[in-house]
Design a binder for this molecule. Sequence first.
Ligand code: ATP
Ligand code: MG
Length: 420
Amino acid sequence: MTKNSHFKIYLVGGALRDEILSQPVVDRDWVVVGASAQDMQELGYRQVGKDFPVYLHPETHEEYALARTERKISAGHQGFAFDTATSVTLEEDLLRRDLTINAIARDEHGELIDPYNGVKDIHARLLRHVSPAFAEDPLRVLRVARFCAKLKPLNFKVADETMALMKEITQSGELQTLSVERVWSEFQRALTCPDPQPFINTLRECGALQILLPELHALYGVPQRAEFHPEIDCGIHNEMVLRQICKQTDDPVTRFAALCHDLGKATTPSDILPGHHGHEERGADIAEALSKRLRLANEYRQLATLTARYHTHCHRALELKPTSVLKLLGNLDAFRRPERFEQYLKVCDADSRGRKTFENRDYPQADYLRDALRALQSVDTAFVAANAKAQSEDIGEAIRRARLQAIKQFIKKYRNETPD
Ligand code: ATP
Ligand code: MG
């Protein structure tokens, strides 16, 4: 930036917010006041973004946006007309931003410009909208929910007036205009927060969960048998499982699978409640459909459906016959996909501990299946195959038999070593 240029550049948005909160700053956003597109091009900035001009700095590649105002012209997150005239002021640009804590700017002298009292709200731990225009963009519902997850450890909460606007957005029907990519992008970012639960709770509170993730919403209010699930409500159980899986891993794929493991309980016929016979198969179908609807990567879809289908097998692992153990490991493709198998075991463990009074109870099933796989891996299949060939036997069948033998030995040893 040249000294005598007629425009000014300010740091805005999340970087300032996070800096004031002593949180790690990931990316920095800048706003340029008084500049035209031509000014930016002449300085070597590269234009990106098709809806409104955003520029990448020639060296830092950080995002610089021309100050702009916006006017709602049609439904949805993108239904805005923009004005990026050089006369648009910093205050006008900050006014169109979602939350006061995201509407603070800092000039090159380190001076804060904070017309909407964002710093005060940071100290008050409040997520508060800047203006009533907040209600014009449905994406803001998801953003606020994500900020709830990100900032809950710092005790942030949504201001009542903002929650009222989020409910208004939900009722307007505009959430339905959001692309699945947008929904998933916010969901996935929430899933990588140390505690993603506030994301779901906030969406639920404003009614958006039912519209955006109806499969999760439907679990609330569904009962389970109190002897296995003292917490009874399937939605509460899901929350407890999420808490448990988050202690074990920050991998969003595994966390997503944990959220999906019991989706089938929402469609249990009412005459068999509080039992949930068959929820595994139903859940796998729902997890598959949900993953497809959100256009998730295969790893998300596969782990979620496998876990939904087979989590109760894992719970019963110690009672399974050798042939059933072998079949389960085969169905999970544990040989070829040991990392995914590990993710699966983590979800099953979290499912077991995600129950009232079961939190600290051991879950030997996971190690049992880990050891069973190890026993299978120790079978020298090349040797078995060569032997079978020499004796003109069916090779596949010979390997299967050798593996079954290994499982039988493993189970026998386990039972001898483990007191009842
Ligand atoms: P983070 O980068 O941590 O997700 P952020 O607040 O920086 O948080 P960005 O998506 O980088 O989020 O957006 C930068 C700034 O642009 C925000 O701080 C906010 O001021 C504004 N902004 C982004 N999206 C919206 C929106 N949908 N409505 C209003 N303002 C928005
Ligand atoms: Mg940002």
